[in-house]
Design a binder for this molecule. Structure first.
Ligand SMILES: *[C@@H]1O[C@H](CO)[C@@H](O)[C@H](O)[C@H]1NC(C)=O
Ligand SMILES: *[C@@H]1O[C@H](CO)[C@@H](O)[C@H](O)[C@H]1NC(C)=O
Ligand SMILES: *[C@@H]1O[C@H](CO)[C@@H](O)[C@H](O)[C@H]1NC(C)=O
Length: 173
């Protein structure tokens, strides 16, 4: 009886968040964003997502977001490896950020070099918080495409950081 109980508890805790035992990339795969993993492999940047301690945030495009990347962007990514790498690294932030610590209108550095902007909205009806992430123009005031992405699944802890699932791929062109 005691043994059964212990097994039961372990199963429940792993069901809650298996990603706590995985690195960011394995977690991405687990969460169904395997196309993101494929892109990382193609760009030879997987190590950026697998190494290190608990210190990064991955804004991970959902499977649906990866399935609806505009064809022009897909073509650019397949033709130009530098561009592909930039798109991927634009989703990785060198600090661990839970949603509660994302301030409205704040800027986040990324491994790509350009920043991301965070906006927070709170619905007065149900107190739900909506957080959006978008490209932020840099000091050179370059044109930046801003697909505003919403966080649709928040604060998934992994071994080396936290995953925030977003509903749009972030592209800085
Ligand atoms: C991670 O943390 C451990 C223990 O705090 C430390 O020994 C190790 O060097 C760290 N690794 C990295 C890649 O920072
Ligand atoms: C490839 O992408 C990089 C980064 O976006 C860009 O600077 C470069 O001009 C592109 N090369 C070509 C041939 O389009
Ligand atoms: C919304 O949250 C605030 C602060 O947490 C609380 O004081 C307030 O009662 C909440 N309102 C509703 C409608 O839940």
């Amino acid at each position: 009886m005691k043994i059964l109980l212990i097994i039961f508890v372990v199963v429940i805790s792993t069901n809650c968040n298996p990603c706590q035992f995985y690195d960011l990339l394995t977690c991405a795969d687990f969460l169904g964003s395997w196309k993101f993993v494929e892109l990382c492999e193609k760009a030879h940047v997987t190590h950026e997502f697998t190494k290190g301690n608990d210190s990064k945030t991955l804004f991970l495009p959902s499977r649906g977001a990866l399935d609806s990347i505009p064809p022009a962007i897909i073509e650019m990514m397949s033709k130009n490896k530098t561009f592909l790498k930039e798109v991927i690294m634009y989703h990785l932030v060198p600090q661990k950020l839970q949603c509660i610590n994302m301030k409205d209108n704040s800027l986040l550095p990324t491994f790509q070099g350009e920043q991301l902007r965070v906006n927070r909205y709170t619905s007065e009806q149900d107190n739900k918080t909506l957080i959006t992430i978008e490209g932020a123009p840099d000091v050179k005031e370059r044109e930046v495409y801003v697909g505003s992405a919403k966080i649709i699944n928040a604060d998934i802890s992994t071994l080396n950081g936290v995953v925030q699932i977003i509903d749009t791929v972030l592209v800085d062109t």
